[in-house]
Design a protein around this ligand. Structure first.
Ligand SMILES: C[S@@+](CC[C@H](N)C(=O)[O-])C[C@H]1O[C@@H](n2cnc3c(N)ncnc32)[C@H](O)[C@@H]1O
Length: 210
């Protein structure tokens, strides 16, 4: 899924159009990095899914017994996410909101999931990362997945815009306030709907609030 200048200028309109198409653009299974690392959170704990799209991650976390909140700018995505939660018989507190308008919890979350949120330019990214750190309670854990600049060669997902992509030093600096438990740049074949499909240059982070 590539994003271009109009996508950034009108994110709600662009993503609503994408999500109005039949099916689930990123599938209904969770992101693989999230699936591998979600064991850091225990059933009953409070987890926030940022820019959750059509709900594949939030619904899966709720199925694991977590207390999940999720928001996304695209109403059409959130509508599908609500349907997915109903089909799977779980409860997620969904909201339609953009990252700047959302009422982020303060030192209240056991977990935050930032999965493929590379719509954010450096300024917005800095605000999201800062709010993420503040929303984690002591011992709370962040799980993040994104693409590295190498992804510009693969073009199998994510925005083809260098400044939106992540490197390990960038994430280490952005999350210097947290204990980094795992930070890995790697390549893998992923199949997460038609939106993220094929050989991909990925980065994953797991980091804990003091
Ligand atoms: C690549 S999709 C990833 C969705 C989801 N995290 C997943 O992994 O399936 C990016 C998501 O960001 C949402 N988005 C874009 N700009 C946003 C903003 N400013 N605030 C909140 N959500 C936004 C889009 O609607 C879309 O659902």
């Amino acid at each position: 899924m590539s994003q271009d200048a109009p996508a950034f200028a009108d994110p709600a309109g662009t993503w609503n159009r994408r999500f109005e198409a039949p099916g689930y653009l990123f599938g209904t299974e969770p992101n693989a990095w999230l699936r591998e690392h979600a064991g850091v959170w225990q059933p009953g704990q409070r987890v926030l899914c940022v820019a959750d799209g059509e709900g594949r991650n939030s619904v899966w976390l709720a199925e694991r017994g977590l207390q999940v909140e999720a928001f996304d700018i695209a109403e059409a995505g959130v509508a599908k996410a609500r349907r997915l939660a109903a089909e799977r018989g779980v409860r997620v507190d969904f909201q339609v909101a953009d990252c700047d308008g959302f009422a982020w919890p303060e030192a209240a979350c056991d977990g935050v999931a930032l999965i493929f949120i590379q719509f954010a330019d450096p300024a917005l990214r800095a605000r999201i990362f800062e709010r993420t750190v503040r929303s984690l309670k002591p011992g709370g854990t962040l799980i993040l997945q994104g693409y590295t600049p190498r992804q510009l060669e693969y073009r199998t997902g994510g925005p083809p815009v260098l400044s939106h992509l992540y490197t390990a030093p960038m994430l280490r600096e952005a999350f210097a306030a947290l204990d980094i438990l795992e930070l890995r740049e790697y390549e893998a074949e992923i199949h997460e709907g038609s939106g993220h499909s094929g050989r991909s240059a990925l980065i994953g982070l797991v980091a804990r609030q003091h």
